[in-house]
Each structure stands twice: as C-alpha cells, then as structure tokens.
Design a protein around this ligand. Sequence first.
Ligand code: GLN
Length: 305
Amino acid sequence: METLLNKILKDNKHLTREGKVASYIPALKKANQDDLGICIVDVNGNTYKAGEYNKKFTIQSISKTISLMLAIMDNGEDIVFDKIGMEPTGDAFNSMVKLEMISPSKPLNPMINAGAIAVASLIKGKNADEKFERLLNLFRKISNNNKLNINKEAYLSEKETGDRNRALAYFMKDVGIFDGNVEEILDVYFRQCAIEVNSIDIANIGLFLANRGQIPKTREKVTTESIAKTVKTFMITCGMYNESGQFAIEVGIPAKSGVGGGIMASVPNEMGIGVFGPALNEKGNSIAGYGVLKDLSDKLNLSIF
Ligand code: GLN
C-alpha cells in the first residue's frame, strides 16, 4: 500500500506548482507550496503513510464537520436546521451574496463560512473559552491525539484580518439568525479553524466518521450513527465548496477541505484518509490533494457510487 501511495504522490507532485498557498490569512503564507503528504487509517487498525504526512497545518474548514456534530449533539437537528440550511450553494466558501437573497435569511449549509459561524453560535458553554474547550476536547478524543492545540499565530492572524467573516456574522445577527456577542462567536470560530493537525490526525477523524461515530480503537461511541451520517452527507454535497459536484463524480468519497491545505476523507465503514498539500486551486481546495484522492479512488475503487 505504501508503494502505491508513494507513486500517487509522485504522479501528482507537479500539481503543487500550479496552485497557490492561501494568503488572505497572512500566517498561512508561510506554508511550503511543494509539500504533499497522505495518511490512511483503516477500521482494522492499519496505518499507511507517505510524503509529508507528519507536517503540521491548521485544520481550517475541516473543523466545520465536527463543530456541526457538536452543535447537533447539543441542540438536536431541528434547532440547528431551523437556523442553517441543507443545500449546496454553488458560490465561494466565504460568499455573502445568498444571505440577503433568501427570505427568511439563512446560511445555505454548515460547510460554508456563514453556516459554520452560525453553528459556532449554537455550541453550548458559558463563554467562548468554555465553548472552545468543549470542541477541542472532542477533537482530541476523535483524533486520538491529546496534544492537539491551536496554532496561536494563525488564530491571531485570522482574528486580526477576518473582516469578511466579521461582516457575515454581523449581518446574521442583524437578521436574527443568532443573538449574543458577535466577537465571542467569531472567537470560537477563529480558534476552531486554527487547530493544528497533521495528516494522521485528520485521517483518524475521517475514520471516526467512516465508522459511524464510534472510535474503532476504543470502541467508544462518541456520537450517534444518525449524526455521523448527516455530517458525511454534507461532506459529499458541500464539503469541497463549489467543487463538490465535480469531486463527487471524479472521486466519490465524502470529504472536507480547508484552506490550510488539508483534505479529510471518509470511506464509509472502511477508512479515513488525510491528505495535505497547501497549494490550492481557485476554489480553495488543495490542488494536488484533489489529484491524489482521485488517483487513490480510481486505483482502490473507493467511490461510494
Ligand atoms: N478560517 C477560514 C476562513 O474562515 C476557513 C476557510 C476555509 O478553510 N475554506 O476563511
């Protein structure tokens, strides 16, 4: 398996030159454009790794899957989906255009920034620290890594420059999608995006979702099958932003990307896959990571369709 992974990385390495590392969050500019790594963990406890699988990066939008899971565990689906929709947007992940066009206003899904900020407002806790602490503990448990923490520089860099997200949040408060302290809600969101991981960590989170909400190693049931199913379905329909349809056809695996360069994928009942390649395409997805997952899906016949 590792021979296959090394070959797939080699075949897709040239794509890293065709993408660009994210620069709108200044701290992300420091990433090395050429990096490419992968880790696969399966339900039988096997781990396969290749390339820069050990490099750390910030989880960014991949975190939206688990914050959604916690918000549903805290409130139930009815309350969450009263505030946030279930439909793909066809727009960029940070777009605001649809927020004013739908009446009553509602972010279209929890995988775009507006939806994920609304999700952050639903996580229970008496203040931002307590809410984030609960979320971080969940990440530590399902990644099987107690050391997970935030990258402070990335967090502060986004907090300082995240005016687009601030605009989305203030608009949503104005139209009643949530109330409460906007800066505090954004603080939870910025911190969750800055959690630092490597490919192994996101492969483990992907495996937990693939295994229907149960950690295979400890057999601990952290969430219900139904919630894990909802999250994976959003990964298929919205997880790669406005490239989700093409990805579903070409790769066919529930996946979620982040602008830190990670893609987390979950092959139902089989494996979790973590890919890292910080050079992004124009949709904000890892350009070589996409290629790697496509080749892997072709070779191992992983499409769920
Ligand atoms: N923190 C990033 C943002 O809000 C996450 C976006 C992403 O990974 N697509 O812009």
